[in-house]
Design a protein around this ligand. Structure first.
Ligand code: IPD
Length: 284
């Protein structure tokens, strides 16, 4: 049976996008309004924080989605703490599933940096149908739906034309929580050595949207989560870019590569070579 036949008959990607926009705005605007409370912690580890506003924002987004589509499954970054209990539930792959990161770039937000966002995606059969990345502090809302253009504040996005890694700006992340064994710093060193500049901005969804907007040429992170990339991946694809999951790990962890398309093979080859070199080097 084709995907088309499985696609929900009542909701079009445009309907889902309208709901995603409302959900992302509800979550993002709440965090923005309440940012004086950004120091209220639920927990903190050596390299990460969990904020009360993370939880409140996820609940706000979920409320909008549930009011509109009560039968849809929601997978959110904060499910474990909120005990919403849907994260590990097995559901039909044909059911629409919402992927929510209420505050991506939580550490940035906590410290008062403006590079953070709320990410909402609607997926079916593992494919994102509608996507929103909303950055209230930057007054930017990135949107896309299947077969439509990628937009930022209503304006069409297009990736850069940079064709060589040596001239590329590559955004990446160093999530030390996941990568002790994978040693992210040597991989970072490889990328930084071979491209014009590597940058770590700290909010994956918004970083990938920078590639969609042509302000950066590529993004790579080992051990990113599905909710960090589900929406931004579609936005980048619809802006003419190329996305690829290089590896799937447990607990919705991914190795994710997103580029303008022109440097994709070169960057993928570099990463593969870096991983090989890192794994052959003796651990200290
Ligand atoms: C994090 C950010 C960061 C990336 C981490 C993510 P969070 O998401 O996107 O840029 O390096 O891997 O976990 O925790 O702020 O939602």
């Amino acid at each position: 049976m084709t995907r088309e036949k499985h696609r929900c008959k009542t909701e079009t990607p445009e309907d889902l996008l309208a709901c995603a926009v409302r959900a992302a705005r509800a979550a993002g605007d709440h965090a923005h309004r309440e940012k004086k409370r950004r120091h209220e912690l639920v927990s903190a580890s050596a390299h990460d924080v969990k904020l009360r506003l993370d939880l409140e924002c996820q609940l706000r987004a979920a409320e909008i989605i549930r009011t509109t589509y009560s039968h849809h499954r929601i997978l959110g970054e904060e499910d474990t703490i909120l005990s919403t209990g849907q994260r590990d539930r097995v559901s039909s792959p044909h059911q629409v599933e919402w992927i929510v990161d209420p505050i991506d770039g939580t550490v940035n937000f906590h410290h008062g940096l403006r590079h953070w966002c709320c990410s909402v995606a609607a997926r079916q059969n593992g494919e994102t149908l509608a996507a929103v990345v909303y950055a209230p502090d930057l007054e930017e809302i990135y949107t896309a739906c299947l077969n439509g253009p990628a937009l930022c504040n209503g304006k069409t996005l297009a990736v850069s034309r940079t064709g060589k890694l040596a001239r590329a700006l590559v955004l990446t992340g160093l999530d030390r929580g996941c990568c002790e064994a994978k040693r992210p710093f040597p991989i970072f060193e490889h990328i930084a050595t071979h491209c014009r500049r590597a940058r770590v901005l700290g909010a994956a969804a918004l970083d990938i949207c920078q590639v969609a907007a042509g302000r950066a040429d590529g993004y790579f992170e080992a051990g990113i989560f599905l909710w960090d990339v589900a929406a931004a991946g579609l936005i980048l694809n619809r802006a003419g870019g190329c996305t690829e999951v290089l590896l799937k790990g447990r607990g919705h962890r991914l190795w994710f590569l997103g580029t303008n398309g022109h440097i994709h093979v070169e960057l993928r080859t570099l990463i593969t070579r870096a991983v090989h070199t890192v794994h052959q080097a003796p651990t200290t």
